[in-house]
Design a protein around this ligand. Structure first.
Ligand SMILES: [Zn+2]
Length: 230
């Protein structure tokens, strides 16, 4: 079986890459590499050292690059000299990205792809990386996925938001001690319209009161906590 190698993950190191630790089924951020071990930070102050073959980076497929406004803004600022405007720059580069493998570009272009967590080495296809949905906006620990938003009507957007409000009320407190304060990883788990009952926010939380570690989905509501008390 193919495994992830250092050369496939090292270029992402400066750019806060989210990774999944396959053995422990938890998420964290790549914060260092020490020979063949990756150092993964979980929450605010917890670090893991795991063999690089036991992690899967969270990467975006090149096909979502068209929607990635933050990428284009920075890419244009860096390399847009000589182009009339962002639109003509984007049109030309977009077709370049769509028609050539990412590894065919010069290193400074590839670096931009690493920075924005694009799958330069086709790791998703090889099942060595997890596909990260494209996200652009962070709001109170929740990422909205534009590919979902674009198909939204005003009404479905309202439904989406009220579902999320409800969801976070149901998962407000530490399941161990009932405390609200916690640190959390910030990975986007987009809500699929029509599959709301399957939604799970699997970000790792650490309770600031008792230190219990759990995923957001396992947090409980005030009612559930009171029931537990009795
Ligand atoms: Zn707690």
């Amino acid at each position: 079986m193919e495994t992830l190698t250092l050369k496939e993950i090292l270029p992402y190191l400066p750019y806060s890459l989210d990774v999944f630790i396959t053995k422990d089924k938890i998420y964290g951020e790549l914060s260092g590499i020490d020979s063949d071990r990756s150092i993964i930070q979980i929450g605010n102050n917890e670090w893991f050292k795991v063999h690089t073959k036991d992690i899967q980076p969270m990467l975006k497929k090149i096909k979502v690059i068209e929607q990635d406004d933050d990428f284009w803004k920075e890419f244009y600022a860096e390399f847009g000299g000589g182009y009339k405007n962002l639109t003509s720059f984007k049109n030309e580069w977009l077709s370049s990205f769509q028609n050539n493998p990412p590894t065919s570009f010069s290193y400074d272009i590839m670096q931009m792809l690493f920075k924005y967590h694009y799958d330069v080495f086709s790791l998703i296809e090889k099942k060595l990386a997890i596909e990260k949905p494209f996200v652009s906006n962070l709001e109170e620990g929740l990422f909205y996925a534009p590919y979902v938003l674009m198909e939204h009507t005003e009404e479905s957007l309202k439904k989406h938001e009220s579902f999320m409000d409800e969801y976070y009320k149901k998962h407000e407190l530490c399941p161990n001690c009932g405390h609200k304060g916690h640190t959390t990883t910030l990975i986007g788990y987009p809500l699929i319209v029509g599959e709301e009952e399957n939604y799970q926010d699997k970000n790792i939380c650490v309770c600031t009161n008792c230190g219990d570690r759990h995923i957001t989905h396992d947090r409980i509501s005030k009612e559930e906590f009171l029931k537990k008390q009795n």
